[in-house]
Design a protein around this ligand. Structure first.
Ligand code: QAP
Ligand code: CO
Length: 213
């Protein structure tokens, strides 16, 4: 079942997620519905507070797909490849975080807006899977960034809250004034963001090479 995704400035997005004490069949079903919702909206991550469930649960699938929807593994990092996706994580916690990086992020709760956010480049995170078993994830790449973005939602925090005052004010007032772009306009913004990311990635690769020399 596809669920409704709350959009900023809905105050319910500010609710903190409660710790899950037991992964019940009902919660497992919620996680499956969240995955279905995420795929239906072309997302790569979704947190329970975004579907008005104030609990510590997130779902993620950052595996890139080609135009036919087939998964292409070659652009994933070594570490990303070791992690089985899609991921459903209850009570996620970061236990190790190293180095910083930036990425142009978006959010299903702020459709059509993309901005560069600073995150940890490498993290180790633990939590419970859909069967209530312990999970330990060591990753970098987009998966590490997405995990941090989704964990922010469990604290009632959005990526636009992490921007400079001037940038976040611009986005917030634009939404308040004009509402959200149409799906067509949002898709255009998405394509533009993808192009900018490619350029950033190329530049970051050059910087890494220079640093290694
Ligand atoms: C969070 O975001 C994320 O504006 C997940 O029109 C994003 O799935 C983490 C989406 C980037 C790391 C990097 C956004 C879909 C999906 C839109 C999403 C849109 C359609 C966002
Ligand atoms: Co989000």
């Amino acid at each position: 079942m596809v669920l409704e995704v709350l959009k900023y400035p809905d105050q319910r997005l500010r609710n903190k997620g409660e710790t899950v004490t037991k992964v019940t069949p009902r919660l497992k079903e919620l996680a499956e519905n969240m995955l279905e919702t995420m795929y239906a909206e072309n997302g790569i991550g979704l947190a329970a507070p975004q579907v008005n469930e104030a609990i510590r649960l997130l779902v993620i699938d950052t595996r890139p797909r080609d135009d036919d929807g087939n998964i292409v593994l070659d652009s994933l990092t070594e570490l990303e490849r070791q992690v089985t996706q899609p991921l459903m994580i209850f009570n996620p916690e970061i236990v190790v975080a190293r180095e910083k990086t930036t990425y142009e992020e978006g959010c299903l709760s702020v459709p059509g807006f993309y901005e560069t956010v600073e995150r940890y480049r490498y993290i180790e995170a633990k939590g419970l899977d859909a069967n209530g078993s312990q999970l330990l994830i060591k990753t970098d790449g987009l998966l590490a960034i997405c995990l941090q973005h989704e964990m922010d939602h469990l604290e009632g925090k959005l990526f636009i809250d992490r921007l400079s005052f001037i940038k976040s004010s611009r986005i917030k007032s634009r939404i308040q004034k004009h509402g959200y772009p149409t799906p067509e306009e949002a898709a255009e913004e998405r394509a533009a963001a993808r192009e900018r990311r490619k350029a950033t990635k190329a530049a970051q690769a050059t910087t890494a090479k220079t640093a290694a020399r």
